[in-house]
Design a binder for this molecule. Structure first.
Ligand SMILES: [Zn+2]
Length: 232
């Protein structure tokens, strides 16, 4: 298990990085990282402010029942149960990210399936090796209650991404870095789908090619994106 300061710093870094990489993430949305039977998540946006300036002090330890485990000044995000119920239903998941990223969400809003369309490795990172359509949670209601969160976890099932119609997306991973890169890759796939739709019919990359593609490496791309913070 990672040191608590390292955990908080990584959750804050992922938040700052996603604020830069994903439109509409800066104020709404959240990253969490499971540690045993608890998780670390940022305070509610109204109390901690812009994601682009998030620091370790804005991240707090929360039980999987949704109770603060430390004396933090911040309120819990209103959709905290979205995280806790996914962790409870998926032992393989170590990180949960919720965003309102517009391009991927627009496909759920339109009731139109996204297809794996660009780059086998990046497509596999989003759709999995079978290239199956992403599950869509068909309610725009915010996830305020345990019951609503359980229903979302059920729609996500064993996948790594669930689109939430009229609302946003939830993305999971085995690490914060993996989940963050997957959320970015999802928005890229949505952009390519829109480009293809604007000039014709999107052609899905066949499952056989996705299956042969290697899994996306996380460390190199993560370090590259983090390095951009220093270059501007
Ligand atoms: Zn939301």
């Amino acid at each position: 298990m990672a040191d608590e300061t390292e955990v908080k710093e990584l959750v804050a870094l992922a938040s700052r990085l996603l604020a830069r990489e994903l439109e509409n993430f800066d104020f709404l949305g959240h990253v969490s990282w499971r540690q045993g039977d608890s998780m670390y998540i940022k305070g509610r946006h109204a109390s901690v402010g812009s994601m682009s300036r998030l620091q370790a002090k804005h991240i707090m330890k929360v039980s999987l029942e949704g109770a603060k485990l430390e004396n933090a000044d911040w309120d819990l995000p209103s959709e905290t149960f979205m995280h806790t119920e996914i962790y409870k239903s998926r032992q393989d998941v170590q990180a949960v990210i919720h965003t309102h990223q517009p391009l991927a969400t627009a496909f759920a809003c339109a009731g139109r399936p996204l297809v794996p369309i660009y780059h086998p490795i990046l497509s596999k990172q989003v759709f999995g090796e079978k290239g199956k359509p992403l599950p869509v949670h068909k309610t725009a209601e915010l996830i305020y209650t345990v019951e609503q969160a359980k229903a979302l976890a059920k729609t996500l099932r064993d996948r790594n991404i669930c689109l939430i119609q009229g609302h946003g997306v939830v993305v999971v991973g085995r690490s914060v870095e993996e989940a963050a890169l997957r959320a970015i890759a999802l928005e890229e796939q949505a952009r390519w789908n829109m480009l293809a739709l604007s000039i014709g019919k999107p052609i899905a990359i066949p499952a056989a090619i996705l299956k042969r593609a290697r899994d996306a490496t996380v460390r190199g791309r993560w370090n590259y994106l983090v390095s951009l913070f220093d270059s501007k």
